[in-house]
Write a protein that binds this ligand. Structure first.
Ligand code: ZN
Ligand code: ZN
Length: 139
């Protein structure tokens, strides 16, 4: 598979001990396969996500899905101000640009500090990925 953004060959990588992802050695983005996301721990559905208020669909992009080559759609995950591309046509997975996951992890660490509670940012991020996946699957 090739990177949708820069066309480099994607390399398999085990991400934060959770799932296998295809990462780009050149632009450092990564492809998250929906089948892989199924392996993440189960989550209880947040009502907000059910209603879709946290996820906004933006527009078509010119970036091809690395699996089927169809143009991906862009959506915004408002809670973390994240913009992601996903395969709207065949639901193969979604694309995360370099550093976006780190930004989310940082926000989660910050939030954990604010509420004076020890929260594992990595498992919180895993849950977020799973939530987005469940939401997109319903489309
Ligand atoms: Zn790339
Ligand atoms: Zn696809």
């Amino acid at each position: 598979m090739n990177c949708p953004k820069c066309n480099a060959d994607l390399v398999k990588k085990y991400y934060k001990g959770m799932i296998e992802v295809d990462s780009c050695p050149s632009c450092r983005g990564m492809w998250l396969d929906f089948n892989e996301l199924d392996k993440l721990e189960d989550v209880t559905f947040d009502d907000d996500i059910h209603k879709g208020s946290l996820v906004h669909f933006q527009s078509k992009t010119r970036y091809p899905c690395p699996q089927c080559g169809m143009g991906m759609d862009e959506f915004q995950y408002r809670l973390y101000d994240l913009k992601l591309d996903f395969c709207a046509e065949n639901h193969h997975g979604f694309w995360l640009d370099a550093g976006e996951d780190d930004r989310v992890m940082e926000l989660m660490r910050q939030r954990a500090k604010d509420i004076q509670r020890k929260v594992d940012a990595e498992s919180a991020w895993g849950r977020t990925l799973k939530e987005m996946h469940l939401f997109l699957k319903k489309k």
